[in-house]
Write a protein that binds this ligand. Structure first.
Ligand code: FES
Length: 214
């Protein structure tokens, strides 16, 4: 046998050595993952930029819609009921002449004044003391001289904090309070009383004259 290799034998020998040579030539380091995107035939290609753009405009549209809705809500506020809004006292809950009823929902006393008390008519007295704001209760058994006649009278609005005392019409007769109790706007409709607790008039000696006849 000849020691010389033919050209074909030499090529085969080189081919066998290639994988080993490639392995020696490869750089050392962690394996690298290669992501191959597959496109499903028949479906449109959507780029990442297009997705981001759609998301941006959708978010912007939602923000504008929310702001517009808030603006419209401010322009057309919902009707407020309870304290700060209108309170309805049904006909069956209106006190008889000379009587009074506490309406916690509106923080007022609904009083039905007789002629002797300065009426006749209905008055809504804000129960907040004009001295320092304590809630003023009706004291049916409390006796105090009536400045109008000088005679003792039973039944007064009397503040538990510092003793300010008010008549049935909320007129101050004693104590540190600087003025009579404040009144709220009152109207009568269909036999019911409607008190607008947002419309307050400062208490004065003319409280009883504001009484509304039914
Ligand atoms: Fe009513 Fe002072 S808070 S008398």
């Amino acid at each position: 046998m000849s020691e010389e290799m033919t050209e074909t034998q030499e090529q085969r020998a080189v081919g066998k050595e290639r994988p080993a040579e490639r392995a020696r030539a490869a750089p050392a380091g962690p394996p690298t993952a290669v992501v191959v995107r597959h496109h499903v035939p028949g479906q449109p290609r959507v780029s990442r930029r297009a997705v981001l753009r759609i998301g941006f405009w959708t978010s912007l549209g939602a923000a504008i819609s929310g702001a517009t809705a808030s603006g419209v809500s401010l322009l057309y506020p919902r009707r407020v009921s309870g304290f700060g809004g209108r309170v309805v006292v049904n006909a069956e809950n209106i006190p008889p002449p000379g009587g009074k009823v506490q309406v916690p929902e509106g923080r007022f006393w609904l009083v039905n004044l007789t002629e002797e008390q300065g009426g006749p008519g209905l008055l809504a007295l804000w129960w907040k003391c004009t001295h320092l704001g304590c809630t003023v209760p009706w004291r049916p058994t409390f006796v105090w001289p009536d400045p109008a006649s000088g005679a003792l009278k039973q039944g007064w609005f009397r503040c538990p904090c510092h003793g300010s005392t008010y008549t049935d019409a909320g007129i101050r007769v004693y104590g540190p309070a600087p003025r009579p109790l404040d009144t709220m706007e009152l109207t009568v409709a269909g036999g019911n009383v409607i008190v607008d607790t947002a419309k307050v008039t400062k208490g004065g000696l003319d409280n009883a004259e504001r009484a509304v006849r039914t």
